[in-house]
Each structure stands twice: as structure tokens, then as C-alpha cells.
Design a protein around this ligand. Structure first.
Ligand SMILES: Nc1nc2c(ncn2[C@@H]2O[C@H](COP(=O)(O)OP(=O)(O)OP(=O)(O)O)[C@@H](O)[C@H]2O)c(=O)[nH]1
Ligand SMILES: [Mg+2]
Length: 358
């Protein structure tokens, strides 16, 4: 998800798929003179010179007027949410008539854009992408909450939802970062937390917990131990922590019958203990009463947000920062508060003010 997301836009038959194939040196997408050959977005992971790890996204033609064209356009617009750099093709014909709307939509969304002409070399295209690509800010997820030598206790429950045989991405990322920063990470599950606490010679500089056991951890550790969660750290790096704090507080304004949108970035088969589909709705209903809860998975983020009183986004571990920020911007434009799982849970448990924010 930290790869540079490069998406290819343009009318049907403008050569988007041909270009993606040429960059990758393999047949990623089908090419044909039939307009509307590419229907759904096609993603390909690639390492490119000057650009490093990228995701190339081929899209459906922007002028597809067929019955399914509208639907294809909707999917293409959703791709813009995660696009770091757009490549716009105009095809064989000179002039920009057919791509004017596209260029202005990309501009409105603040997406750096380069145009590609048939015959241009791939090398020069990659150079122009590199010139406009947003510069990566290498910020630490743990920010100034820790420094070299800090003792950090990680509470990582491995419940039914945990993937078999490995840790989930935020846990791996933070563990790796702590090691890189010269910290001393200690780890336990919520069950082994008391034993882990007893084994520490000093009070740790920070406790980072999975937000699902926030309440339990908060009750178990002394109140003067600094506490935060994996999802709070990720929210700060990927999104806008301030907007999410405001959004969490909007839970107070929910009235019975309100409609809430739960947005998940990834695709997974929901479980009976699913945090977004089961646990958070149950916590909200307990507090507010009856609520309508809609789920938007993957790229299916609704275009019309006006029916919602609150949006609660997942930690977005599989999505890029641009996607989360696009959604925050859309929510703001619709006047709908937005928060994320970790902050919503912390607020519902009354401990948002207790946690350390990076
Ligand atoms: N001469 C020339 N022909 C090209 C070039 N790029 C694509 N074509 C031809 O244009 C036609 C359409 O190419 P595609 O790559 O399928 O175009 P597309 O933009 O992906 O089209 P859709 O998927 O239908 O939106 C094919 O017949 C290609 O061979 C190019 O750079 N030069
Ligand atoms: Mg195509």
C-alpha cells in the first residue's frame, strides 16, 4: 500500500492497455481495436526505474457510453481516490477535446497528472512521472512517543480473526519500526498482559495495544503508563487524526434511527466476531439504540454520503494514504463526520482522552 499508485486514464482505444503492457513488458491487459475492451480496473504491481515499487492501474475508457459505461465510469472515478499520479492518454488524434473533462476532474482532485502521446518513449514517460510524483515523507508511525532505548509493550491479541501463522501488517510495521529506532519492544497478548507486566523491571515508556482490547488494557495497566493503539498510530500516518477525533466525538450526536456507514478498505470474509460488521455496530446500538448500519467494502465507497450521520473507516492497512485522505475530503464536502475503528472504540469506551496521540 505504500507503493506509488499510477493510474492510466483516457478515452476507449487511446492505448491505455497497450501502454501498461509495454511498461510491464508482459500482457497485463487485453488489447484490441474494439472500444471498451477494458471494463474493470486492472492492477499490476511493478518495480520501475526511478520510481521504485509501484501499482499500475489500467482503467476503462472515459468515453464509454454503453449501458455498462456509467457503471464502468463509477469504478474509474473510485480509482482516482487512490491515484498518486495519473497518466492521461489522448490516442491517435491530436488535441485534447476528448480528455478535457478528465483533465479537469483530475485537477479538481489535486492529482498530479502527465499526458502521454503515442510514440513517446517509456523512459521519458517514467521521467515525467518521477518529476510530479509526491515526495515520500518518511515519518515514523510512533512519532515522538518513543525514542532510542524506549521500552515499549505491545499487546497483540491473536483471536479467531488473526491470520494463521503470522501477524497482521500494522503489528509487523510497528514492531519493525521500534527495532529500527533502537527501542526495546516487549510483546504479549491480552491474556498474558499481567505476566508481561510482572516481568518488566521498569514502567514501559509506551503501551501500544490492539484497539479491540483497549478497555481491558486500560483497566489492567497503571493510569500513569502512556497508552495508545495500533490503529491510532496508523490513523495519524494515514489520514487525519484531528478529523478522526472530531468524528469520534460525533457519536454523541447520533440519534436512534440514524444511518451509519462502516467503510472497509480490504476484502475479507466477515466472521461472527468481525470488528466492523459486528462489534462496532453492537457497541453503537448499545449506546444509541436502533441504528441503520451500511457496509462499504473495498472500492465500493458510496458517491452519495448525504444519508449518513457518521462514517467509521477501518484502519486501512491495505489502502494508501491518498485513498483515506480522499474519503476524508469527500466526507467533509458532504458535511458528514468521519472517524476510524480505533478512535470510535476508544471514544465508546470513554478513554479517548486517556490515550497518547503521536
Ligand atoms: N499506432 C499505435 N497504435 C496503438 C498504440 N497504442 C494502442 N494502439 C492500438 O489502439 C488500439 C486500442 O488499444 P488499447 O490498448 O486496447 O486501448 P485502450 O485505451 O486500453 O482501450 P479500452 O480498453 O477499450 O478503453 C489497439 O488496436 C492498439 O493496437 C500506439 O502507441 N500506436
Ligand atoms: Mg484497455
Amino acid at each position: 500500500m505504500e507503493r506509488l499508485h499510477i493510474a492510466f486514464f483516457g478515452p476507449t482505444n487511446s492505448g491505455k492497455s497497450t501502454l501498461v503492457n509495454a511498461i510491464c513488458g508482459q500482457e497485463v491487459s487485453l488489447v484490441s481495436p474494439v472500444p471498451g475492451t477494458t471494463t474493470d480496473p486492472v492492477r499490476k504491481i511493478a518495480e520501475l526505474p526511478d520510481l521504485g515499487p509501484c501499482v499500475l492501474i489500467d482503467t476503462a475508457g472515459s468515453d464509454d457510453e454503453s449501458i455498462l459505461g456509467q457503471e464502468r465510469q463509477r469504478l474509474t472515478r473510485a480509482i482516482m481516490d487512490e491515484t498518486d499520479v495519473a497518466v492521461v492518454l489522448n490516442g491517435a488524434e491530436p488535441g485534447t477535446d476528448k480528455i478535457e473533462d478528465l483533465l479537469s476532474t483530475l485537477k479538481e482532485n489535486g492529482i498530479p497528472t502527465v499526458q502521454y502521446q503515442w510514440g513517446q518513449s517509456i523512459d521519458s514517460l517514467i521521467k515525467s512521472i518521477a518529476a510530479v510524483a509526491p515526495k515520500e515523507e518518511s515519518k515514523y508511525l510512533t512519532g515522538d512517543l518513543v525514542g532510542p532505548g524506549s521500552n515499549v509493550l505491545l499487546v497483540m491479541p491473536q483471536d479467531k480473526e488473526a491470520p494463521k501463522g503470522r501477524l497482521i501488517l500494522p503489528q509487523v510495521q510497528i514492531l519493525r519500526e521500534l527495532l529500527d529506532r533502537g527501542c526495546v519492544p516487549h510483546s504479549c497478548t491480552h491474556e498474558s498482559l499481567p505476566a508481561a507486566m510482572a516481568s518488566l523491571a521498569h514502567k514501559p515508556d509506551l503501551v501500544i495495544t490492539d484497539s479491540q482490547v483497549f478497555g481491558l488494557v486500560n483497566r489492567t495497566i497503571p493510569q500513569d503508563w502512556a497508552l495508545t493503539s495500533f490503529s491510532v498510530l496508523l490513523a495519524a500516518a494515514k489520514g487525519d487524526l484531528r478529523a478522526f477525533v472530531v468524528g469520534a466525538k460525533a457519536i454523541d450526536a447520533l440519534r436512534p434511527g440514524a444511518r451509519v456507514l462502516i467503510a472497509e478498505a480490504c476484502t475479507h470474509v466477515p466472521d461472527t466476531e468481525d470488528i466492523g460488521r459486528v462489534k462496532i455496530p453492537a457497541m453503537l446500538r448499545k449506546r444509541v439504540g436502533e441504528l441503520e448500519v451500511d457496509i462499504a467494502a473495498g472500492n465500493n465507497f458510496p458517491e452519495d454520503l448525504s444519508p449518513y450521520s457518521l462514517i467509521i473507516h477501518c484502519g486501512a492497512c491495505v489502502a494508501n494514504a491518498r485513498l483515506v485522505r480522499s474519503r476524508i475530503r469527500k466526507a467533509a464536502a458532504a458535511g458528514v463526520p468521519i472517524t476510524n475503528y480505533g478512535l470510535a472504540i476508544a471514544y465508546l469506551q470513554g478513554i479517548l482522552s486517556r490515550i497518547s496521540l503521536p
